[in-house]
Design a protein around this ligand. Structure first.
Ligand SMILES: O=C(O)CCC(=O)C(=O)O
Ligand SMILES: [Mn+2]
Length: 235
C-alpha cells in the first residue's frame, strides 16, 4: 500500500510508533488535499505532500541562489536561564506589518527579493492558499536541527496553512501528537518537495527536524505563512 510512498519510512523506523487508528480516523479529515498532493493519514490535522513541486534543475538553481543571496543570521535563545546559539541560520521575508516573534526572537520582515516573490506566487497557485511572509532556515549539515514545536503563534490564526518547501539534503521531519512523548510519523522531505500543513494540524500536532549526523550537505527550508498585517489588526 505504501510502496514508493514517503510514508514507508514510518514503518521502518524503530523508534517510531504508528498508530493504526490514525488511518481510520484519517477518514474523518476535513477538506481534501489540493490536486497533485498526497494526504498523510493523520487524525485531527491535514498534512499534504507534493514530492516534485520544484523539479530539477529549478530546485538546485534556487538552492544555489538562496545560499548565496540571503543574509543568513544565527540568533540566540534563552533556555532554562542559559543562552544558546540556535542550531541553524535563518532569515525572515514578508509584506510590511508581518513582524514575527517566537521563542523570544523578534524578526522584522526583509523586503521580498525576486526569487522569493516568484516562489510565493507559485506556492499560492499550487496550494490555493494565501501567504504574505516566509521563514527561511538553513541547516548547514546534519548537526543543525529544530526542536519540537508547533507553528501556533496567535498571529497565524487558529488554523493556519503553512507551506514548507525543502531544498538540498533530504531530512526527516518527525511528527508527534501533542503531549505524546514519542514520534508517531516521520516524513522524508526531499529536494524540491512541498509539504502543506493546514486545518487543525498545529493545534493537535508538533513537529521537529532531528539531527542526522550522517548528513554532510546543507538543506534550506522555507515555510510560507500568512499573518494578519499589524496595521489592520484589531486593537
Ligand atoms: O525545516 C523544516 O522542515 C521545519 C521547519 C519548521 O518547522 C519551521 O520553520 O517552523
Ligand atoms: Mn515549524
Amino acid at each position: 500500500m505504501y510502496k514508493n510512498s514517503p510514508w514507508t519510512r514510518v514503518a521502518q523506523m524503530k523508534h517510531v510508533t504508528f498508530f493504526s487508528d490514525d488511518l481510520a480516523a484519517g477518514r474523518r479529515r476535513g477538506s481534501a488535499a489540493p490536486e497533485g498532493y498526497e494526504a498523510l493519514p493523520i487524525a485531527d490535522g491535514n498534512i499534504d505532500l507534493k514530492q516534485l513541486f520544484l523539479p530539477d534543475p529549478k530546485a538546485s538553481q534556487l538552492l544555489g541562489k538562496l545560499l548565496a543571496k540571503i543574509d543568513w543570521q544565527q540568533d540566540k535563545i534563552r533556555l532554562f536561564g542559559k543562552t544558546h546559539l540556535l542550531p541553524r541560520l535563518h532569515q525572515w521575508y514578508g509584506d510590511e506589518g508581518t513582524a514575527y516573534r517566537w521563542s523570544g526572537i523578534q524578526m522584522h520582515p526583509r523586503p521580498w527579493i525576486r526569487d522569493l516573490m516568484a516562489l510565493r506566487y507559485a506556492v499560492e497557485q499550487d496550494t490555493g492558499a494565501r501567504f504574505n511572509c516566509v521563514l527561511i532556515n538553513l541547516y548547514r549539515d546534519g548537526r543543525d536541527s529544530m526542536g519540537w514545536h508547533a507553528d501556533d503563534e496567535a498571529v497565524l490564526g487558529p488554523c493556519p496553512a503553512i507551506a514548507s518547501i525543502s531544498l538540498g539534503a533530504e531530512r526527516d521531519l518527525l511528527l508527534r501528537r501533542r503531549g505524546a512523548l514519542r514520534a508517531s510519523h516521520a516524513i522524508s522531505l526531499r529536494h524540491g518537495s512541498l509539504l502543506l500543513m493546514r486545518g487543525e494540524t498545529q493545534r493537535n500536532w508538533q513537529h521537529a527536524l532531528p539531527r542526522r549526523k550522517k548528513v554532510l550537505t546543507p538543506r534550506i527550508n522555507l515555510t510560507f505563512r500568512y499573518i494578519e498585517p499589524a496595521d489592520n489588526a484589531p486593537q
